[in-house]
Design a protein around this ligand. Structure first.
Ligand code: BGC
Length: 361
């Protein structure tokens, strides 16, 4: 671990939270204190594993990747049935698609739980991206390769389908950040499977993004939705759809900063968000800091990280969002009544904090 991270108390606490949130199976729980988040999401987990790598805990990251591979293998039948249907030109119903989250034992969630909008493609792309980064360019070891191939094959057939977005909303839509994650996943597959052919898939997805997901020189959140979204921040860092200095990325990040910064500089997910009132999300504020750090905008990155640090509880736990300046405050009580107070700690808030800190070193 770098000295800078060692000196930073919140970075230390973040590493503790990530480690404590890892089950013996290797799964990373989304939040240990929020019942609805007692699962392991591929999206949250991939960023957490990447942060564990950044903080030097490669064993914990490896355990997560092995858990994903085992969970995918345990449901090989589901993936293969889905693939066969898609190859035959039939799209299975959303509820029948591979899930975005698994139980900590790698099972599908039990029937009878609140129905979850599980058909989301971004997490599978993020897993391939995070695993490729974990292996630092090396091909996947023999025991992980079959799961990697299955996931890459699934994405090749499924990436053009309409699904829920990374916020698990807007089902039946087409989402720029989802495609960014898928493109990064295909880039990862080139290295993981040592097969240059996946580059064609990555380029195809990137062309789609450029052709159908821009407006006025910047990216937009959905093919049919011109708003910006905090998740567009990931298109350059870390998904590498374009470089951080590309004019389209610059215009996108400027628009996020302009339209989605709240008082103090915390970032909203998107305008019109009502989840827990639509507050400022810590993981997005750190995502902006991560982007700014990579783009050389150090002062802005430091200011964003300062804001995140100021939202930590006395124990150093980072919530999912803070609702003091929520967009629709009248919605807060309804969510608290339904699911309890905002998830705290949220593992991927800590992960993004660590990743931005690491980029600042
Ligand atoms: C967020 C997702 C996240 C999940 C678990 C949801 O509210 O919108 O992005 O994966 O919580 O943290």
């Amino acid at each position: 671990m770098t000295t800078h991270l060692q000196e930073d108390k919140l970075a230390q606490r973040s590493l503790e939270v990530l480690r404590a949130g890892q089950a013996p199976s290797g799964a990373l729980i989304a939040s240990p204190s929020f019942d609805v988040y007692k699962f392991s999401w591929l999206r949250d987990g991939s960023f957490c594993a990447h942060a564990l790598d950044a903080a030097g805990d490669h064993d914990a990251a490896r355990a997560f990747h092995r858990w994903v591979a085992r969970s995918v293998e345990a449901h090989r039948g589901l993936f293969e049935t889905t693939l066969a249907a898609l190859r035959a030109g039939t799209v299975p119903p959303a509820e029948a698609m591979p899930p975005t989250r698994y139980t900590l034992d790698g099972e599908l969630e039990p029937e009878g739980d609140e129905a979850w909008p599980n058909f989301q493609l971004d997490g599978y792309g993020m897993w391939l991206w995070a695993l490729a980064a974990h292996l630092d360019g090396a091909p996947a070891p023999d025991d992980l390769r079959p799961a990697v191939r299955l996931v890459a094959d699934y994405l090749r057939e499924a990436w053009g389908l309409r699904c829920f977005d990374c916020w698990e909303e807007f089902g039946g839509g087409e989402h720029a950040s989802t495609l960014g994650a898928v493109a990064a996943g295909f880039d990862g597959a080139v290295r993981l499977l040592d097969e240059p052919g996946w580059q064609i898939d990555a380029d195809r997805v990137r062309s789609e993004l450029m052709e159908r997901f821009t407006v006025g020189g910047r990216f937009k959140r959905g093919a049919q939705d011109e708003r910006v979204d905090g998740s567009l921040l990931w298109l350059a860092v870390p998904f590498g759809v374009l470089g951080p200095d590309h004019p389209v990325i610059r215009a996108t990040v400027d628009a996020v900063r302009r339209d989605l910064s709240g008082p103090g500089g915390g970032i909203y997910r998107y305008r019109g968000d009502t989840y827990f009132g639509g507050g400022q999300w810590l993981l997005l504020t750190s995502s902006l800091a991560w982007h700014d750090a990579v783009a050389g905008n150090t002062a802005a990155a430091i200011a964003a990280q300062d804001w995140v640090r100021a939202q930590a509880t006395a124990d150093g736990d980072l919530p999912e969002q803070v609702t003091g300046c929520a967009q629709t405050p009248e919605m807060i009580a309804e969510w608290v009544e339904r699911w309890g107070p905002v998830a705290t700690p949220l593992l991927w808030s800590h992960a993004m904090y660590l990743l931005a800190e690491r980029a600042l070193t």
